[in-house]
Design a protein around this ligand. Sequence first.
Ligand code: PEP
Ligand code: MN
Length: 350
Amino acid sequence: MRIFFRANATAAQVSRVEKQIAQLRFRYCRSKGEQGTVVAVIGDDALLESRDIAKLPGVDRLEKFSVTYKQASLEYRQNKSVVQVGDLQIGGDEVVVMAGPCSVEGREGLFEVAHRVKAAGASILRGGAFKPRTSPYSFQGLGHEGLQLLKDASQETGLLVVTEVMDTRHVDLVAQYADILQVGARNVQNFDLLREVGIAGKPVLLKRGMMTTIEEYMLCAEYILREGNEQVILCERGIRTFDSFTRNTLDICAVPAINSISHLPIIVDPSHGTGERQFVLPMARAGIAAGADGLMIEVHANPEQAFSDGPQSLTPDLFDDFMQAMQPLARAVGRRMKQPVRTRPRPDKE
Ligand code: PEP
Ligand code: MN
């Protein structure tokens, strides 16, 4: 239910209504935007209506949510939300870049890439320790050892870490090592996993599935929000269409579409979205021009030797060029690429 206030409602009147909602133990969000002051409430609508809230001073009217994905929607929060990860903000003016290898394969390659992407301006190191592979015979990731390598690289470079969690049994483990828990395209509707990462309370990067409609995707995010975890970052990474020329069809229109219905930050992954390194820069530009808040880019020290996704991985040199080439585009659409920060090793988090 959404409670709309009159333009001249006082802060005390709004607080009085919020107090009533708090007594009912309902979750709510106050926001001020195009529709004036609105308090959006998640709870039993009938119970709320029985409290005669519409008659309280300052209240204009009550309206039900028009969408099923309540908390993910702009009806719940009228202004864009910013996800704070350490010192970093995702969803603000600056375009944030997550970069690194598809899979964590070993210390040397990971550290080389970590130092190089950091120097070029990435803020977050990506890399899979648990890998969702189409074939069970393909490299499945280093697991726990990969998580430790990510943490070591993070401590040496100061980069934050995003890595995938595939299994509810691993959520606590991955959360000990990662700053952001990634839920991959194949697990976007693994509802138990969504609940668990919601409970874990860490920022979550939720990738769109290759067959997920935008409405279904919003409901996937809702599973995480429902657990009280508001730190959800969306990611368009390509969908499966009739055309197999590129690995996936990167649905750039999903960015303005989602921005028109949701307050959640959204990034674009042109590496998985295209499957080919030559298309990564143009589609990254398209993503930022369309309103994305960040990018996920695969970078490998030696793509020819990569255990996974070599053809779409940039070399560190190409990533330098990529970051330079993104700057004028970001400026043209009123954004800035987050600038490289002086290397500052992170203190051990434990
Ligand atoms: C990944 O980012 O490592 C990955 C497997 O991506 P996706 O889930 O989008 O396929
Ligand atoms: Mn990959």
